[in-house]
Write a protein that binds this ligand. Structure first.
Ligand code: CAA
Length: 379
């Protein structure tokens, strides 16, 4: 095994598994059906240190590191993929402050985010700026001791429940990525409101909304880093975010395999369990093999992050491979279930819908390929 987990990493994995099976799994189908955001469960996750896993203890985090984070997130996703994206975005939301925030911002916000007292979201995407965030339009005008913000963000994960927003806005006249800056916006700031909630295909227990800024005054103290580096702040946060989504995809794929194996043992046709047919065995073997490959890619990216070496390419590879793999696993698990898998009575139906988002958000598969190719081709 190229990855020998430490005793501490194994402990984190078991703690997350126990929590997920007890607190998440029993209600996951109901929350999906009724679109219930699990506020209480997310609070408990904060208490366990699951929302600030890459933040060192001096800033309130568990300091567990990226490998432990991947292991824990997989366990959460196995039980409830919606809650896994909440966990992923909450951890991503600590990154801008951790890497670029000043001491005052760390004390005011980062510690409380890492301890789960505050929930953070990440607002980059706009109606006309998805894969190309450098073209975003939301404006933050410098007014001296505050910035005046106007514009709209879309597809913001748990935006309606977040206490603070990591906002990327345009501060300069420069075109493209150079004129962008990062801000912290608190919930309740006058001029900031939550707009339409998306009616999604999957991940229905995760809240996805529009955020609206109308003459919203944000104190100068809430500018993260300096003006003009907002794009880099966002990209570097997304490097970590992509490891999170790869882990979420892995958790979904493992759940698909689990359901497929159980069903292949139970379901009888032609007088025997369908698992005794080679067609079904090959599907299961392919799923298990690809899961293992995705696991190693994801841990490789995470361990790069833990070691402080560049991991942009590895994070994109992990996200690309794991998310595509999860969709294939969901397809095969549903196929093994036949007609029953196409009904809401079986878990694979939810897994199939949940897997679909993973190749889209935090950079589509096409964007991941672009990132990987650029890293390989540049001088
Ligand atoms: N870390 C730090 N800096 C980075 C970086 C990284 N990973 N990637 C790029 N940069 C820097 C570059 O070095 C460059 O700096 P210089 O100008 O000083 O040389 C600058 O940023 C611009 O880089 P590019 O020329 O590569 O930028 P680009 O406009 O061509 O875009 C891209 C590159 C990879 C396509 C990028 O736009 C991208 O990742 N797009 C996808 C966006 C995305 O993932 N959105 C997800 C939304 S969030 C979400 O989904 C969360 C959720 O709620 C679930």
């Amino acid at each position: 095994m190229p990855f020998q987990l430490s005793a501490e990493q194994e402990m984190v994995r078991l703690m997350a598994r126990d929590f997920a099976r007890r607190e998440l799994e029993p209600q996951a189908a109901k929350r999906d059906k009724e679109e219930i955001f699990p506020t209480d469960v997310v609070k408990k996750m904060g208490g366990l240190g699951l929302l600030g896993m890459m933040v060192p203890s001096e800033y309130g985090g568990s300091g567990a590191g990226a490998v432990s984070y991947c292991l824990a997130l997989q366990e959460i996703a196995f039980a409830c993929a919606s809650t896994a994206v909440t966990m992923s975005v909450a951890n991503l939301s600590t990154e801008p402050l951790l890497k670029f925030g000043d001491e005052g911002q760390k004390i005011k916000y980062l510690i409380r985010l890492a301890q789960g007292e505050l929930l953070g979201c990440f607002a980059l995407t706009e109606p006309n700026a998805g894969s190309d965030p450098a073209s975003l339009n939301i404006r933050a005008e410098d007014k001296g001791d505050y910035y005046l913000i106007n514009g709209t963000k879309v597809f913001i994960t748990h935006g309606a429940y977040a206490d603070i927003v990591n906002l990327i806005a345009r501060t300069g006249p420069e075109k493209g990525n150079k004129g962008l800056s990062a801000f912290i916006v608190e919930k309740g700031t006058p001029g900031f409101s939550v707009g339409t909630r998306e009616d999604k295909m999957g991940l229905r227990a995760s809240n996805t909304v529009e955020l609206i800024f109308e003459d919203c005054n944000v104190p100068r103290d809430n500018l993260v880093g300096r003006t003009g580096i907002g794009f880099k702040i966002a990209m570097s946060a997304l490097d970590s975010g992509r490891i999170g989504i790869a882990s979420q995809a892995l958790g979904i794929a493992r759940a698909c395999l689990d359901e497929a194996v159980k069903y292949a043992r139970e379901r009888r046709q032609f007088g025997r369990a369908i698992g005794s047919f080679q067609a079904i065995q090959w599907m299961i073997a392919d799923m298990a093999t690809s899961i293992e490959a995705a696991y190693l890619l994801t841990l490789s990216a995470a361990s790069g992050k833990d070691q402080g070496v560049p991991f942009t390419k590895e994070a994109s590879m992990a996200k690309l491979f794991a998310s595509e793999m999860a969709n294939k696993a969901a397809y095969l698990a549903l196929q093994i279930h036949g007609g029953y898998g196409y009904t809401k009575d079986f878990k694979v139906e939810r897994l199939y819908r949940d897997a679909r988002a993973t190749t889209i958000y935090e950079g589509t598969s096409e964007i991941q390929r672009l990132v990987i190719a650029r890293e390989l081709l540049r001088d």
